[in-house]
Design a protein around this ligand. Structure first.
Ligand SMILES: [Zn+2]
Length: 335
């Protein structure tokens, strides 16, 4: 067997690996599809979780159960499942000993409906493996407390930003504007049915939002009509731009990983009483994501821009770092 592991900053390798035997509370899942995540790329840059500690990668996995411990209930050999890494004791792929970029994943203390979630009938493993990033995206939308009729902006149309657009459109939000620097990503955003998908390097963001979402005066200045902004891009200028154009009680949710401190004009926030908050992970969202898969599977499949076999996972990591890619999926069918 093999396992994708970080050995140091920028040093990621496919290692020979012997899977630990499953205990009575554990299950083993033969991986079928595992997505490459932006956070995998961040962990590689950092040199592990925590930096300097060898780290197994892969947390967006779906596969078939091939072994079930004697004390596990409700899970059977042959079940098609999604692994929820947040609910595993070792935090699979984010610092623990196990990572999903391996042929056979040991899931310790497996519990049905918790760390192991059944894939609905007729859903492919590729679509099932999108559960994790789509749950991250849904949590970001939930943290934005978007209501029917709200006008929303999403910065960044990578896999997480696209997922946010998917959920916003699915919830009937019509006034959704997406921003990204890559034309390929803007095309994918348009295909999801957003109001507009624009390149902030080519347009005046404030002027476009004033045109699309209107303008609202408050406390002697005029803000744009956007109710909620979601930052899935992490460009340092976003906070300042949003604060300067925010209307009264606008909301900003940051889901991007800012690696460095940034300055922003707090004083300007005084007259907008705006809210800035963050969103991370998916404490409750996975079951709702899975329930939506039969309805949205075509749109979800369209978010996968590349599919490579596990033998080419290092190449996949490079592709995932390019702005032209969306989700890069690793398949294990003939591994
Ligand atoms: Zn992820």
């Amino acid at each position: 067997m093999e396992l994708l592991k970080i050995h140091g900053a920028g040093d990621v390798r496919v290692d020979e690996y012997e899977r630990p035997a499953a205990g009575p509370k554990d299950v083993v899942v033969q991986m079928k599809s595992v997505g490459i995540c932006g956070s995998d790329l961040s962990y590689i840059k950092m040199g592990g979780i925590p930096p300097g500690v060898e780290t197994a990668l892969g947390h967006e996995g779906a596969g078939e159960v091939i072994e079930v411990g004697g004390e596990v209930t409700g899970i059977a050999v042959g079940d098609a499942v999604i692994v929820n890494p947040m609910m595993t004791p070792g935090n699979i792929g984010s610092g623990g000993p196990e990572g999903a970029f391996t042929q056979e994943l040991l899931v310790r203390e497996a519990r049905l409906g918790d760390s192991i979630l059944p894939i609905p009938e007729g859903i492919s493993y590729d679509v099932a493996a999108m559960c994790e990033p789509l749950a991250v995206a849904m949590h970001g939308v939930n943290r934005a407390e978007v209501k029917p009729g709200d006008k929303v902006v999403v910065f960044g149309c990578g896999p997480i930003g696209l997922g946010m657009l998917l959920w916003l459109v699915d919830r009937g939000i019509e006034d959704v504007v997406a921003f990204d620097l890559a034309e390929e990503r803007l095309e994918r955003a348009r295909a999801l049915g957003v109001q507009a998908a624009l390149n902030p390097a080519q347009v005046d963001v404030r002027a476009e939002l004033a045109r699309l979402h209107g303008e609202v005066p408050s406390y002697g200045r005029v803000g744009v009509g956007t109710d909620a902004y979601i930052d899935a891009a992490g460009a340092p200028s976003i906070l300042t731009d949003v604060i300067m154009m925010a209307k009264l009680h606008a909301r900003l949710v940051i889901t991007a990983a800012y690696m460095k401190p940034i300055e922003f004009p707090v004083g300007r926030m005084l007259t907008s009483e705006m809210t800035i908050t963050t969103a991370v992970g998916y404490p409750t969202e996975m079951p709702e994501v899975i329930a939506a898969m039969p309805r949205l599977q075509d749109k979800i499949a369209a978010m996968i821009s590349h599919k490579l076999p596990f033998g080419n996972v290092l190449e996949g990591l490079q592709i995932a770092a390019t702005p032209q890619s969306a989700k890069v999926m690793i398949g294990f069918e003939d591994a």
